[in-house]
Design a protein around this ligand. Structure first.
Ligand code: NAP
Length: 397
């Protein structure tokens, strides 16, 4: 089976940034993406909040990210990741083409626009029902269309759609938008935008193409018809968690839970970008996640390689686990190693604070502690409080 150090899944801003940081950290990086790299920014018309670039289209910025990752010789692979499995403690990425064993994985698959779920929606997808203004807006030149939703996507994409449509109704179930103030002001001052407050879409009608929406006013309960040629749904997003569902801890809706280091609940698997639980889903926060995830993955990989070589592979090894943030422990560890060496013995020093996972694996509840291992099997463990304790342990083992 192919073995790689770092496998990144998803080539949006999070995955591409992780690749840049991973390569710069000297890792062997494989980036798997199905389709065009760039992720959701490919379907975003304007990006004007990526610092340093006052204006770019989504695809332009996506291409810049990709070129940047290419400059560091990232290996890209076009494949569909079906699931991630843990087999005998090994992390396996199963794609539609092959299986790859990874030392660490960064899951950065992003999110997608949810369906509204009303009657007539599914049958009209691609026939007037759309989830991507950039992809489909030009089909509605001079037509009247509708947008559903009240967040940033609905308000900004609605505004963008007025480049083509003669009128854009923004149908929202409440009486105010929840988007940024600047975006709301821009949309509401656009004469082609007509907000329809306190209203939901009950049904989408049309013989073939969309012709009419049946609306219901939430306050009065009245229904009405709105003849339009198309309707764009921007009613929130869901994570692309298909390949990792059930393996890592996730919040309601499937958003992956991580800590500040982007670690998921499974050791060696990290998540970055829109797919994880977070307050602000933006290009800049996805990129930041990617950078952090790559550096955490790098530390994890180095730790694994180092620990395997020094601790788990040798036939016979005595190690002293100490905490590097405790000066007394650092001194005790150094003294113990030096005195053991004088007596012709070897103590491997491991920073148990930084290698907390390994400490936990070896059931070292308190530091400092001594461990005797043979080919990865624990033979003896003891908490110590002095150099003499350490030397006694070495003699015994
Ligand atoms: P969102 O902020 O979650 O907004 C979803 C909207 O859809 C809400 O207004 C919600 O109504 C409405 N909605 C949800 N379910 C509905 C239903 N069944 N029927 C009718 N309406 C329904 O989603 P988003 O606009 O896609 O934005 C997602 C995230 O990306 C946000 O954090 C947003 O700020 C960010 N974003 C930022 C930018 C930017 O900064 N340029 C652009 C796009 C997105 P309620 O308000 O009543 O809940």
């Amino acid at each position: 089976m192919e073995k790689r150090e770092l496998v990144i899944i998803g080539a949006g801003p999070a995955g591409l940034t992780a690749a840049i940081y991973g390569k710069r950290a000297g890792l062997d990086v494989l980036l798997i993406e199905k389709g065009v790299p760039g992720g959701q920014i490919n379907i975003t018309e304007e990006i004007e909040n990526w610092p340093g670039v006052q204006h770019a289209t989504g695809p332009e910025l996506g291409q810049m990210f990709r070129s940047h990752a290419e400059k560091f010789n990232t290996e890209f692979r076009d494949a569909d990741v079906q699931r991630i499995e843990i087999r005998d403690d090994r992390k396996i990425v199963v794609t539609n083409k092959e299986e790859i064993e990874a030392e660490a994985i960064i899951y950065a698959t992003g999110a997608f626009f949810r369906r509204l779920g009303c009657e007539g929606e599914a049958e009209h997808i691609g026939q007037g029902v759309s989830y991507c203004a950039v992809c489909d807006g030009a089909f509605f030149e001079g037509e009247e269309i509708a947008v559903v939703g009240g967040g940033n996507s609905a308000v900004e994409e609605g505004d963008y759609l007025t480049n083509f449509a003669s009128k854009v109704y923004i149908i929202h179930r409440r009486d105010e938008f929840r988007a940024d103030r600047a975006a709301i002001e821009r949309a509401l001052s656009n004469p082609k935008i007509v907000p329809v407050w306190n209203t939901v879409v009950e049904k989408i009608e049309g013989d073939g193409m969309v012709e009419n929406l049946v609306l219901r006013n939430q306050k009065t309960g009245e229904t009405s018809d709105l003849p339009v040629a198309g309707v764009f749904m921007f009613v929130g997003q869901s994570p692309h968690d298909e390949a990792i569902k059930g393996l890592v801890k996730a919040a309601k809706g499937g958003w992956i839970e991580t800590n500040d280091e982007m670690e998921t609940s499974v050791e060696g698997i990290f998540a970055a970008g829109d797919v994880r639980t977070k307050g602000l889903r933006q290009v800049v926060t996805a990129s930041a996640d990617g950078a952090i995830a790559a550096m955490s993955a790098s530390a994890y990989i180095n730790e694994q390689v180092h620990l395997r070589k020094t601790l788990l592979e040798p036939e016979n090894v005595v190690a002293l686990f100490y905490s590097s943030i405790d000066r007394e422990q650092v001194k005790m560890a150094d003294d113990a190693a030096a005195r053991a060496e004088k007596e012709g013995k070897k103590i491997v020093l491991i920073d148990g604070y930084r290698n907390e996972r390994m400490s936990r694996k070896l059931h070292l509840d308190t530091l400092p502690a001594m461990v005797h291992l043979g080919s990865g099997v624990v033979k003896d463990v003891k908490s110590i409080s002095s150099v003499e304790d350490a030397l006694a342990f070495v003699k015994k083992n």
